[in-house]
Design a protein around this ligand. Sequence first.
Ligand SMILES: *Cc1c(COP(=O)(O)O)cnc(C)c1O
Length: 416
Amino acid sequence: MELVKDPRFIGLVPFEQRLWLSSPTMHGEEQHWVNEAIRTNWVTTVGENINEIERQIAELIGVPYAVALSSGTAALHLAVRLAGRKLYGSSGAGRGALEGKKVFASDMTFSATVNPICYEGGEPVFIDSERDTWNMDPAALEKAFRLHPEVRLIVAAHLYGTPAKMDEIRRIADEHGALIVEDAAESLGSLYHGAQTGSFGDISAISFNGNKIITGSTGGMILLNDGKEAELARKWSTQSREKAPWYQHKDLGYNYRMSNIIAGVVRGQLPHLEEHIEQKRTIFERYAKGLSGLPVSMAPAEADFRTNRWLSCMLIDEEAMCASSRGSEAPSFSPEAGKTCPDEILSVLLQFNAEGRPIWKPMHMQPVFEGMEFVSAAESAVNEDIFARGLCLPSDNKITEEEQTKVIELIRRCFG
Ligand SMILES: *Cc1c(COP(=O)(O)O)cnc(C)c1O
């Protein structure tokens, strides 16, 4: 192994079993509810598991309506389509609901936050983050409204479980008569001023994707305040069939409804949400303690929120960054005594059989969104800086204290 030659890592051996960034954690109840679906023959898109998780999630988050869908992306798509309809009216059933309209969107996030804007013919304007939460910067949002006062829709995500400054974002949205679609895919169970994320948007989305804090193996939900919109989401998600004996369609349809089998997995996971959050928070605290004294800082500290710490992330101090660059695919870096960079740490972890990840690459830096506008209130883009200096550490629920101690030791030695 190459690493054995690197004197910094002498005496350390790779993990026998792969340490994952964040993998599913099953408990057994999932099996029970999946079996129930099969035993009773309710295996498609209708059934008790679906009803039950919709009820439980609406109650947990404190929203009147929840509709279970095939993914968080599907939820975000129906959310922006509903918002577009409400704001701009129907431009014809077969047309995008945001045709030619600009939409303000989080810039540092997973692409699934913003893709649905484009599915509907809209044009995202990416908003830089602030440093307190790494989420949409209210100052940049205000600046964006000064540039484009006609905009009426904001799509905002809570990165890595940490809530965005929703009070300020809501105040600015209200000032401009804009709606908010809240992407709470990563933040299930996180609180902002005591209220659950997913309750702040006019319409919100959550995800049960395989690496999220709880999972259905796949799946998601749209959360709504309006009963008519909830009915519409339900209808659109099942191919928009009208109540006629033949197949009658007044609207575009989608095959987006969740299956009762997937809902069984979610139903078995839900009682373990708090337990997963506690595990994730403990993992974060151990990293924070273990890495103290190094020229690094951990992801935003809690203020008026509780984060589910879905992933543990850190930032390397500017003075401790070695020379590094990222082309379109492969990174390159030149190790230096006392300095390192995210790509070096990630490559060391990988060689020791542990999975970390760079911070979400900002949307305004993505080739697919080339030419689209980016608005920052800072002198230089906050997101480019966090992307350059930040990384996500192995954050799997099942990581042991011993394994984490070794990850910490590997990171320490990268600075050697
Ligand atoms: C995972 C994720 C999504 C998409 O959810 P899926 O269920 O995978 O479609 C959307 N937004 C963010 C921020 C995510 O992390």
